[in-house]
Design a protein around this ligand. Structure first.
Ligand code: BGN
Length: 268
């Protein structure tokens, strides 16, 4: 358990996280059941600490019908993010139809809502990924950052160097500059590689923290994801398509509701 170490820390005026790094680095998954006692009051999944903080972060989660993971994720993440003393808000972007899952389009919609609400930093995040190191700060770096590069299901190795999926942090300005992600990837796979091509096109060199800080565990789920049959062809034209397929070509309806632990964006 994280314990405040001295009285001075109780009156912190800035949200430095070096004390977090110093105090305790790893979180045990079995803490999840006890998290309720640790989190501060939240509305719409937003929390603002009473101190100067880093630029505000929006945590954007593409989602459909994984209630158990949702409960684990939001409880764990409020605890985790509050230890990092961030101003943040969790957005769950819920695909409310039976079409193939369109992860990138949901991320575009979440990013649009977050940007419209004034968030300068976007954390694009799968719901089954649980960060294990407090040093993995959920704020944006100057360049886009691949956060989940050390994942237990990949035996803590990167499958390939340009992988840019799972959990990434990107400034809203940069996301707008590259026109977000493609809306055309229906089903599993490829949309994150397409996203990476957009970064390359705009000379945005991505970064990673070291492997020990970038550790994640993946929550188990049934592997019933249908693959995108088009992904190979789509990827071939990723760079040229980015001019007209992305954040500026969203034509999907959605509603936004504040729930206690998250902002719920329902996409029809
Ligand atoms: C890759 C997928 C990514 C996925 C990683 C890790 C494709 C495109 C093939 C041309 N890419 O194979 O989307 O994030 O695996 O699982 O399928």
């Amino acid at each position: 358990m994280y314990v405040k170490q001295n009285a001075k820390q109780d009156n912190l005026e800035s949200c430095y996280y070096s004390d977090i790094l110093a105090s305790r680095n790893f979180i045990q998954i079995d803490e999840i059941a006890r998290l309720k006692n640790f989190v501060m009051p939240i509305s719409g999944g937003e929390h603002k600490p009473e101190c100067d903080h880093l630029p505000s972060s929006s945590i954007i989660i593409p989602y459909r019908n994984r209630t158990e993971q949702l409960g684990i994720f939001v409880n764990y993440m409020h605890h985790f993010l509050q230890k990092q003393r961030l101003h943040y808000r969790i957005f769950i972007v819920d695909q409310n139809n039976t079409n193939l899952f369109n992860r990138a389009k949901l991320l575009n919609i979440g990013a649009k809502v977050a940007i419209d609400n004034g968030y300068p930093c976007l954390i694009l995040h799968d719901i089954d990924l649980i960060p294990l190191h407090y040093g993995n700060i959920y704020a944006c770096s100057k360049v886009p950052r691949h956060m989940s590069s050390s994942l237990d299901t990949f035996r803590y190795n990167l499958p390939y160097l340009t992988l840019f999926g799972g959990a990434v942090a990107i400034l809203s300005e940069q996301y707008k500059e590259i026109n977000g992600m493609s809306n055309l990837y229906e089903g599993w796979g490829g949309e994150d590689d397409d996203f990476y091509e957009r970064l390359v096109k705009h000379n945005l060199t991505a970064c990673r923290f070291c492997a020990s800080v970038s550790k994640y565990t993946m929550l188990r789920h049934e592997k019933n994801l249908k693959k995108s049959g088009d992904r190979f062809n789509l990827l071939k034209k990723a760079t040229e398509r980015s001019n007209y397929d992305g954040l500026d070509s969203l034509n999907t309806e959605y509603t936004v509701q504040k729930k206690p632990l998250y902002t719920h964006i329902i996409v029809s």
